[in-house]
Design a protein around this ligand. Structure first.
Ligand code: XMP
Length: 326
């Protein structure tokens, strides 16, 4: 489709000046498209939807309603950051939906990875649909589609996929960054004043921590996963690895092993550390974390995370292993 092809004359946005020109152009285009009508956006807090939100806030202000769904599978501090940045600092119209119990109840006892993904995706659309129905007079739906999404698929990305909305809830699409590559989205995000932790965020899968809490998700194991991931991210940030390593996270499989604390035997979970470098996620190499840092992370996780007595370091490249464990 011609309308889904990046114009050949479009310059690569790699300077603040080019980002400013893009922002001005998009604000004018968004105002022309939306007029005085209302627009809805599913705001995950990822860089793409955050940039779209920031652009729309500048263009149409209170005509935008952002919906942030907390499905309980977000990383530590993420829902709080979305509220702080968009509601408190940018004065956006933001609906925060606490759907944690709803998702975790639906996922209880489900161990098959693809079934877990389907439940998370379907439930997300249902929650979003309910919120959309409560709002009156919405005519537009904004999406953080970027150019690689169009090139690699049919233009609908997994974690922004609200394309499953029923017939009577079809909106006109607003996709202001659909011709941008990821690095360009980041330059624009920086210029829009979004915090570095959002702009330079590592890739995070749509099903979130759900695919890292391997097997059937339980609340306590999910908590161990969230806490260990927060420790890993904190230590990577402190040691200059944030923004250098492509993707890093922890995994907590549904498996226990024996440990010993204060002379008493324990039977608890283990945490796996995964840190990889990649260009496009089709292949990946393992980041060689310096041993002193690795020891420090192991020490912190086993001391601070409840229910964990062991930490492993995944040294498998892709292929043969995938990046995620599910
Ligand atoms: P794998 O595990 O296949 O992951 O090597 C490649 C990249 O894709 C991300 N990933 C997902 N992203 N929905 C997403 O939006 C998913 O279901 C999903 N599964 C994997 C993964 O984090 C890695 O960056």
């Amino acid at each position: 489709m011609a309308e889904n092809k990046r114009p050949e004359t479009m310059a690569r946005i790699n300077t603040p000046a080019l980002a400013r020109a893009f922002i001005d152009e998009q604000i004018a285009a968004l105002r022309a498209q939306i007029g005085d009508k209302k627009v809805l956006l599913a705001l995950s807090g990822g860089v793409d939807s955050s940039v779209v939100a920031a652009l729309l806030i500048r263009a149409v202000g209170q005509q935008l309603t952002c919906v942030h769904v907390n499905h309980g599978l977000l990383r530590k501090g993420e829902p709080e950051q979305v509220i702080e940045v968009f509601r408190n600092r940018m004065n956006a119209n933001l609906i925060y939906v606490d759907a944690v119990d709803r998702f975790l109840d639906k996922l209880a006892g489900v161990s098959d990875p693809e079934t877990k993904r389907k439940i998370i995706g379907a439930e997300f659309i249902r929650v979003f649909e309910e919120e959309a129905r409560k709002l009156k007079g919405i005519e537009f739906l904004a999406q953080g589609t970027i150019y690689p999404d169009i090139l690699e698929s049919d233009g609908v990305k997994a974690h922004h996929n609200v394309g499953g909305l029923p017939e009577d809830l079809q909106f006109e699409l607003v996709e202001p960054v659909k011709f941008l590559y990821k690095d360009e989205v980041r330059v624009v995000g920086k210029e829009l004043g979004l915090p570095d932790s959002m702009v330079y965020r590592q890739p995070f899968p749509g099903p979130g921590l759900g695919v890292r809490c391997v097997g059937a998700i339980t609340r306590d194991r999910l908590e161990a996963l969230r806490e260990s991931d927060a420790i890993l991210r904190e230590e990577f940030a402190k040691n200059g690895l944030q923004g250098k390593v492509w993707q890093y996270f922890t995994i907590v499989p549904d498996f226990k092993s024996t440990g010993i604390v204060d002379g008493k035997r324990t039977f608890e979970w283990f945490v796996v550390i995964r840190a990889v470098n990649s260009v496009d996620a089709t292949s990946a190499t393992v980041e060689e974390i310096p041993y002193p840092l690795l020891h420090h992370i192991v020490e912190r996780i086993t001391r601070e995370v409840k229910g964990v007595n062991r930490v492993l370091y995944d040294l498998s490249p892709k292929p043969v292993a995938t990046i995620e464990w599910e």
